[in-house]
Design a protein around this ligand. Structure first.
Ligand SMILES: *Cc1c(COP(=O)(O)O)cnc(C)c1O
Length: 396
């Protein structure tokens, strides 16, 4: 089990300078030096263990980054003030004007908006493809392609990316595979399967408390150093550093992630099976026959299950709204965007987190206007939750 991502975090011997088991919070923006030369070396990235300024590195951020790198099995990591900061900095570090990106058509709405609208101003071109169709991915690659971008489990259609196959295509062309693993921490370790850069919104499962937004980039020493380079690093120069107080609280939550993922997955599978029995159109990669089931089984760390997200199809946005309002009143959870919280959250993706995606593209990707995405909570008695949902469905 030494390859288990939860074991790798627990193997990490990490404590503060006074033996404090939760490493001290380093509440400093700047750091002093006893020798001027050491400061100069730090500027050039050549003084190991020295800190310069907290937009660059902060000890509290480094504790969290080291734990994340251990979890992912990457050499290094850097933490950001949001998931979008992790995504946009990684993309802009790899791509320059004139470059091209191949991206999954189904991606988080903010990522889609960035790649569909925003990167035009940098003259970066993007081709969106069905990421589960490897022939389409291969065909989309051009001489100027620098990156394949996808999500391990895509939002909101829960498609599963075949990461080893995508990594092989990327390596063939000497380009980077960047994977957003926000939906499946612990469950999938994209780097182990060949992804070059792994990005996270820690806002979701990793922190799991819905008390902040945060992100992370896990990659090689070389890539993280390039991001933090004082002269040309995207992270250093755009400046989305995470607050060290937040880093410290996220680090504490990270240590229960493995338990939470198991419970989210267990509850999601339970509800998915119940929805299926009831005849509701259900999408959950944990169900045999789901298009992503076998792909996920081949890459997942089985003990953490198939993840906490399920999607049902209520056919119309009006019916979706009615069900969600009833479920909130019945105490199933909250009608809210986001995911990975200890309570169940549900939202209609087409009208919320994917509303950045133009309607015709929503149709093209097969996103029903009645899709209700659930981030299933940590409920101890999930059957009780199901009884409430069943009553709501009965009133539809
Ligand atoms: C929420 C989310 C993001 C964006 O993260 P923020 O922390 O909100 O900036 C990116 N990717 C996925 C898959 C997400 O769910």
């Amino acid at each position: 089990m030494t390859n288990d991502p939860s074991t790798k975090i627990f193997d990490l011997l990490q404590f503060g300078e006074y033996g404090d088991v939760n490493p001290s919070v380093c509440d400093s923006a700047t750091f002093t030096f006893m020798q001027a030369k050491t400061m100069m070396d730090t500027f050039h990235g050549e003084a190991e263990g020295c800190f310069l300024y907290s937009r660059h590195w902060n000890p509290s951020n480094k504790y969290l980054a080291d734990a994340l790198a251990a979890m992912e099995g990457t050499e290094s990591a850097w933490v950001t003030a949001s998931g979008m900061a992790a995504i946009t900095c990684s993309i802009l570090q790899i791509c320059s004007s004139g470059d091209h990106i191949v991206c999954s058509l189904t991606t988080y709405g903010g990522t889609f908006a960035f790649l569909f609208n925003y990167v035009k101003k940098f003259n970066i071109d993007v081709t969106f493809v069905d990421i589960t169709n490897l022939d389409l991915v291969r065909q989309a690659i051009r001489p100027e392609t620098k990156m394949i971008y996808t999500e391990s489990m895509t939002n909101p259609l829960l498609q599963i990316s075949d990461i080893p196959a995508l990594a092989a295509i990327a390596n063939e062309h000497d380009i980077k595979l960047v994977v957003d693993n926000t939906f499946t921490p612990m469950i999938v370790a994209p780097h182990k399967h060949g992804a070059h850069v792994v990005v996270y919104s820690m806002t979701k499962f990793i922190n799991g408390k819905n008390d902040c937004v945060a992100g992370a980039i896990c990659a090689s020493h070389e890539f993280i150093a390039s991001l933090c380079d004082v002269n040309a690093g995207t992270a250093m120069l755009l400046g989305p550093a995470l607050d060290p107080l937040r880093s410290s609280s996220i680090l504490k939550n990270l240590h229960t992630l493995h338990l939470r993922m198991k419970q989210h997955s267990k509850n999601a599978l339970f509800l998915a099976e119940k929805f299926k029995e009831t005849g509701v159109k259900i999408n959950y990669p944990g169900l045999p026959g789901n298009p992503g089931h076998e792909t996920l089984k081949a890459i997942m760390e089985a003990e953490f299950g198939f993840g906490g997200l399920i999607a049902i199809d209520m056919e119309t946005a009006e019916r979706a709204a009615r069900l969600m309002e009833m479920m909130e009143k019945a105490g199933v959870g909250y009608l809210a965007v986001s995911l990975g919280y200890f309570k169940t959250l549900f939202s209609n993706s087409g009208k919320s987190t994917s509303s950045e995606v133009p309607e015709e593209i929503q149709h093209e990707m097969g996103l029903s206007e009645g899709l209700v995405r659930f981030s299933v909570g940590l409920d101890n008695d999930i059957d009780n939750t199901w009884q409430k949902i069943r009553e709501c469905l009965g009133k539809m």
